[in-house]
Design a protein around this ligand. Structure first.
Ligand code: 5GP
Ligand code: ZN
Length: 109
């Protein structure tokens, strides 16, 4: 999608260090971290938002990558949050999961 910053990152038009990537998914640090670890799990294809997510293969892959990254980042047992902003709460209209941690036991909504 033209003018979508995450599509530009997916196409390599904006250089970005990936914590993980494959043909469908990319993972990178949030530019404005809200916790010591704040990563984004992003499908490379443009999916506008959560309500437009109907690709079960990609959705399942995002879940799997999120689980692996939580473990890899060492926060599996240290308190973490997985967040999707939607319905206008999001800044970027290209679906992504936020993972933040460690949060300890303070991770209450
Ligand atoms: P949203 O509010 O859409 O769920 O969150 C978008 C997130 O993307 C924000 O946390 C913001 O800091 C992050 N972000 C925005 N632009 C960039 C960018 O160019 N690079 C990276 N790594 N993160 C970005
Ligand atoms: Zn996009």
């Amino acid at each position: 999608m033209k003018n979508c910053i995450f599509c530009k990152i997916a196409k390599g038009e904006i250089p970005k260090k990936f914590g993980y990537q494959d043909k469908d998914i990319m993972v990178f640090d949030d530019i404005n971290p809200l916790a010591p670890i704040h990563i984004l799990i992003v499908p490379k294809k443009h999916i506008k938002d959560f309500n437009n997510m109907d690709d079960s293969r990609i959705w399942n892959k995002m879940r799997g990558v999120a689980q692996v990254m939580v473990a890899k980042k060492g926060i599996k047992n240290k308190g973490y949050r997985v967040v999707i902003n939607g319905g206008g709460a999001q800044i970027i209209d290209h679906l992504h999961l936020h993972i933040t941690g460690p949060l300890g036991k303070s991770a209450k909504m």
